[in-house]
Design a protein around this ligand. Structure first.
Ligand SMILES: [Zn+2]
Length: 299
């Protein structure tokens, strides 16, 4: 089915040079009342090859106004850029994931800089970070992390931070950088830490992004974080194809399911889905500059 294209913004912000295309509006009155952002997805992966148009139709019906596509290593960039050409609501980041350090070459910082400068749809550097759950090569990971944090500062772009079993090392790195004015703004993606760790990242000015893990019954620390995080500092994401929310846990995840993440965050906070959709979208707009303009203000 061909999507109907109408302006999503009341003003003309959507037609700015940063946002050359108009995103289709979701269909259906309930979805139209929501303006969700999937702040972290990976639809470039091969397991979307066969049905991506159907996946897109479902995210439009769910009210997803923007998707921020994360990058794990530079060879993905042309394919992600092609997806942004195909789906006007898609924006993306460029970066190297901490579990992909073998992809960091002598010229990688320059490759990332060139990609970011060449396309205004590149809104962040990442995903970058530290992962000591799967690997213990902290020095190697730091050697890939630091030049990317420098690049984000240089380009004045936010960072998308992957941090697993490494909060202490990440906080130390960012606090040291803040001392010398070199800590970029950004988001802790797929948040799974404790409230105490969250407070440390909030104090550094970072946002906290909740994924499908917040729907898992035993994720009590994540639940506590969702209750406690300030209203103006949280995002929602799928991290698809990983981490499908309950009741689809274990299956392929997709951007439409970010609504289930937002619903769980709303339940934990004792708020309506509309409130969380509005707030998380406004926060994503504030952090990344998604080009939604007044459309984020539809509730
Ligand atoms: Zn990711």
């Amino acid at each position: 089915m061909a999507a109907v294209t109408i302006p999503v913004a009341c003003g003309d912000a959507i037609r700015s040079p940063e946002a050359p295309n108009e995103a289709p509006s979701p269909s259906g009155s309930a979805a139209a009342a929501l303006a969700l952002v999937d702040s972290h997805c990976h639809i470039v992966f091969r397991n979307f090859d066969d049905d991506l148009d159907a996946v897109a139709q479902r995210w439009r019906e769910a009210g997803i106004r923007r998707l921020l596509h994360a990058c794990v290593e530079p060879s993905e960039i042309p394919a992600i850029r092609a997806l942004a050409d195909r789906f006007p609501e898609l924006r993306y980041s460029v970066g190297v994931h901490p579990l992909d350090t073998e992809h960091w070459q002598a010229d990688t910082a320059q490759v990332l800089r060139a990609a970011a400068e060449a396309d205004p749809r590149v809104l962040a550097i990442g995903e970058l970070g530290l992962d000591l759950f799967r690997e213990k090569n902290l020095d190697q990971q730091l050697a890939v992390l630091r030049p990317q944090l420098d690049l984000a500062c240089e380009l004045d772009l936010p960072v998308i931070i992957h941090c697993r079993d490494a909060a202490e090392a990440m906080l130390a790195e960012l606090r040291e950088r803040r001392e010398r004015g070199a800590c970029p703004r950004g988001v802790m993606h797929c948040w799974g830490g404790t409230p105490e760790e969250m407070d440390g990242f909030l104090e550094l000015g970072l946002f906290i992004s909740f994924s499908g893990t917040v729907t898992f019954p035993k994720a009590e620390a994540t639940h506590a974080c969702a209750r406690q995080v300030p209203a103006d500092r949280y995002l929602v994401e799928t991290d698809c194809p990983f981490l499908a929310p309950v009741p689809r846990r274990g299956k392929r995840n997709e951007p439409a399911y970010v609504a289930a993440v937002a619903q769980r965050v709303a339940d934990l906070r004792g708020e309506s889905l509309e409130t969380v959709a509005h707030q998380s979208t406004a926060n994503a707009e504030a952090l990344f500059g998604l080009g939604l303009g007044p459309a984020a203000d539809t509730v």
